[in-house]
Design a protein around this ligand. Structure first.
Ligand SMILES: NC(=O)c1ccc[n+]([C@@H]2O[C@H](COP(=O)([O-])OP(=O)(O)OC[C@H]3O[C@@H](n4cnc5c(N)ncnc54)[C@H](O)[C@@H]3O)[C@@H](O)[C@H]2O)c1
Length: 318
């Protein structure tokens, strides 16, 4: 089977159907595609059904593509069965490099040679995982964000043996089917967004360890402060606005300062039992009695509202 143009894909495989794999299934179904999922856990199908039931109303809110149906999927425990006839494969198995190396090789053997295979890995580079593949030129990382049926970003990057066409194909595919692909030129563990998140996580840990802020205060500071702006503008445009009419030039003169800024720690503090306890207890206090399903519902409703608000504005048109 020849590789279809990205926009002509009709059937694909999702290998690993947990939180992310299941989320991908929801997204692709809402885009009108047919999905063959695979997971070695015999209970994965039931979990996926529950995930779909929770998420589908939000897909309806967001708008379904032609032909979208919550029923156009099936699941198997066998990789080869799910990959048969697949025009694209999204791998979302556990974050273990040994497991992914073996699994990607199995997917490589089970798929038509020109089909693009993408890994959801949060942090491994493809060069560390493609070692046992016969045709590594078509393997890319397509790093999603939770939940992938509502979060547009996918960071796409190839490994040392990936050919440029595969990265381009994957970006076009993700963009066509409702995501926002960022093509990265360089493989870097953690890609872009997780590096940023990691830096914030480390700073938060330092504040807790030093008794400067609690879990609740830090979460509130993000939500009521910069988090509201981050849905719309990134660090640099915000800095431009922070410079007033002088823009980024004034901001750099004013705030740019020496890189060894006085409030950046960056290296994480040790995860002591005390810090671990504070994180768990503080987080549970914020969450209160809300169940997982209620939290997902609240988050997803707001994500749909944010996405619609952003789409209705003149901002961020590609
Ligand atoms: N959870 C997140 O927020 C998030 C975000 C971005 C990327 N990711 C990445 O997505 C991938 C999956 O993470 P997750 O959060 O969905 O984990 P998860 O534990 O929810 O799901 C993993 C699934 O893989 C299945 N599995 C186990 N062994 C397998 C195998 N050999 N072959 C196929 N499937 C197998 C498990 O049964 C499980 O259903 C990881 O690489 C992770 O780093 C996760």
């Amino acid at each position: 089977m020849a590789r279809p143009e990205p926009q002509n894909v009709r059937r694909l495989a999702c290998i690993g159907a947990g939180l992310m794999g299941g989320g991908w299934v929801v997204h692709f179904l809402a885009q009108g595609l047919e999905v063959h999922a695979q997971d070695p856990d015999p209970g994965a199908g039931e979990k996926l059904k529950r995930l779909l039931e929770r998420a589908w109303p939000r897909m309806v809110d967001l708008g379904l593509a032609k032909g979208a149906s919550p029923d156009r999927w099936k699941i198997t425990t066998k990789v080869a069965e799910a990959c048969e006839g697949a025009e694209f494969v999204q791998e979302s198995a556990p974050e273990r490099v040994d497991l992914k190396t073996k699994l990607l090789a199995e997917i490589d053997r089970a798929t038509d040679p020109d089909i693009v295979i993408s890994s959801s890995t949060s942090g491994f580079v493809m060069s560390a995982m493609h070692g046992e593949c016969v045709r590594p030129q078509r393997l890319v990382v397509g790093h999603p964000f939770n939940p992938p049926y509502l979060m547009p970003l996918v960071e796409v990057v190839g490994g040392s043996k990936t050919e440029a066409w595969a990265v381009d194909w994957a970006c076009k595919f993700y963009d066509h089917f409702g995501h926002y692909a960022i093509k990265m030129d360089v493989e870097v563990p953690g890609f872009i967004a997780n590096r940023l998140q990691q830096a914030i996580w480390h700073e938060a840990l330092h504040m807790i360890v030093n008794g400067q802020a609690t879990v609740e205060q830090i979460d509130a500071a993000q939500r009521q402060g910069p988090g509201l702006r981050w849905a719309m503008m990134g660090q640099f445009v915000l800095m431009h606005l922070a410079g007033g009419e002088g823009g980024i030039d004034h901001a750099m003169d004013h705030f740019g300062g020496p890189p060894e800024s006085k409030y950046a720690y960056l290296k994480p503090p040790p995860m002591t039992p005390d810090l671990d306890r504070k994180i768990r207890e503080g987080t549970k206090k914020i969450v209160g009695k809300k169940s997982y399903a209620e939290l997902v519902r609240d988050r997803d409703k707001l994500l749909v509202a944010f996405r619609k608000a952003i789409a209705a504005s003149e901002w961020d048109k590609r």
